[in-house]
Design a protein around this ligand. Structure first.
Ligand code: MN3
Length: 196
């Protein structure tokens, strides 16, 4: 049985960037729904994998889609915090500046790539297989682990992530997103990759 990971903060913790209502739908309905569906599918097909990572790396079709969506959402929630407008620091800040010119340059690139993603999907800051900082955009339930990359930050750009608060305006959601990114968590993830 796969279980729904607890939300790492209260439903209203991300207000006013993401409302309580958005989290009630996004976490309690969409995210939870993937867990329910995965358990139904796994029981029906006699799946023996016990971790989401195994399914993300090896499964296909609906089992992959639901497993990856659970993994992606766990990662997304864990990378956010109450609005604090944090900034990257230390080695991560230096790596972002080296790659994108500045933190502003990174944000512009990330926003533009996220806007160019057609339909539903995810935008990611990753460290690729060669140890380089990269951006990765994937449709639907795509996941960087499948491509040999290690994710540092994930942004859900499915409409269900923002339509209650921003209607159809993905660009407004993306601009507001930066104020709730937990850059301390992202730096911690980066530290683990570069230490390997
Ligand atoms: Mn979502």
């Amino acid at each position: 049985m796969f279980t729904l990971s607890p939300l790492p903060y209260a439903h209203d913790a991300l207000e006013p960037v993401l409302s309580r209502e958005t989290l009630e739908y996004h976490y309690d309905k969409h995210h939870k729904g993937y867990v329910t569906k995965l358990n139904e599918l796994a029981a029906g097909k006699g799946v023996t994998a016990t971790t989401l990572e195994e399914l993300v790396m090896n499964a296909s079709g609906a089992i992959y889609d639901n497993a990856a969506q659970i993994w992606n959402h766990d990662f997304y929630w864990a990378g956010l915090c109450a609005p604090a407008d944090k900034q990257p620091t230390g080695a991560l800040a230096a790596a972002l500046s080296a790659k994108y010119g500045s933190f502003e340059g990174f944000k512009d690139t990330f926003e533009a790539a996220s806007m160019a993603l057609f339909g539903s999907g995810w935008s990611w800051l990753v460290v690729d297989a060669g140890g380089r900082l990269e951006m990765f955009c994937g449709s639907n339930a795509d996941n960087p682990l499948k491509h040999g990359s290690t994710p540092l930050l994930g942004c859900d750009v499915w409409e269900h992530a923002y339509y209650i608060d921003y209607r159809n305006l993905r660009t407004d959601y993306l601009k507001a997103f930066w104020t709730i990114v937990d850059w301390d968590r992202v730096a911690e993830r980066y530290g683990k990759v570069v230490k390997k």
